[in-house]
Design a binder for this molecule. Structure first.
Ligand code: ADP
Ligand code: MG
Length: 220
């Protein structure tokens, strides 16, 4: 199975809904380590992206419009980082009308590389990279093993969630959290939590969509 332009639009919508359901949690996490605005900014960014992608015709256009909207609406360092994530993903799928399992993995791999080259944080530095990097590794593994897209997404979501949880034991070197030093230990990084919510939302969407399709096939 492949991901169509409409599926990708629905994924951005699902991400937006999942993030807004956790808006206050994300703000609370960011207030332990940063300035407490992460939930508010990322929710505003994705809510605007949902509108911006309405007319998009290709996967690349969906991801590119999402990227530009996140950069403009979120602003600051995280706007640039989440924007870069989607922009590099958009560049990877440029020539394609839909997104295969392999391409989906490659697209987030390129996104991760973009985030690292822009933000300089490596795994272990208590940032969004700590959730993104295990999700990308899990997608690559699934691709080699020939796992179905649904399974691959489920594993990637759980790898991202574990990665986000593991940031609780890390000390921050980047972002505002670097100022709080050892006091950061014990708290999950807000950006990593957002990445985990993103992959969770995409996996849930895909599972529900396939279940609905099986139901309607059964009835026919
Ligand atoms: P701001 O720090 O501008 O208030 P947000 O609160 O929206 O931005 O986002 C903070 C999140 O951004 C952090 O939790 C972290 O995951 C991520 N982040 C910050 N700096 C970096 C960096 N250099 N590399 C990767 N991620 C980063
Ligand atoms: Mg903040």
């Amino acid at each position: 199975m492949t991901i169509t332009t409409d599926n990708l639009k629905d994924m951005v919508k699902a991400i937006s809904t999942a993030l807004s359901d956790s808006k206050s949690d994300l703000n609370a996490l960011d207030s332990e380590l940063g300035d407490g605005d992460h939930g508010t900014t990322i929710c505003a960014g994705f809510a605007a992206a949902v509108n911006a992608i309405e007319e998009a015709q290709t996967p690349s256009e969906v991801l590119q419009k999402t990227a530009m909207t996140l950069m403009n609406r979120m602003g600051g360092s995280s706007g640039a980082l989440f924007g870069t994530l989607f922009l590099r993903a958009a560049m990877t799928v440029k020539e394609f009308d839909d997104v295969s399992s392999e391409l989906f993995g490659a697209m987030w791999q390129a996104g991760l590389e973009g985030v690292i080259s822009r933000g300089k944080a490596q795994p272990g530095d208590k940032t969004m990279v700590d959730a993104l990097s295990p999700a990308v590794a899990s997608l690559a593994q699934a691709s080699t093993a020939g796992t179905s897209l649904g399974e691959a997404l489920r594993h990637a979501a759980s790898a991202a969630a574990d990665g986000a949880q593991a940031t609780a034991n890390m000390q921050a070197k980047y972002g505002r959290a670097r100022y709080v030093g050892e006091r950061a230990v014990g708290h999950v990084d807000a950006g990593a939590k957002s990445i985990a919510l993103m992959f969770g939302a995409m996996a849930d969407y895909w599972a529900q969509m396939n279940a609905a399709e099986e139901d309607s096939n059964g009835e026919a």
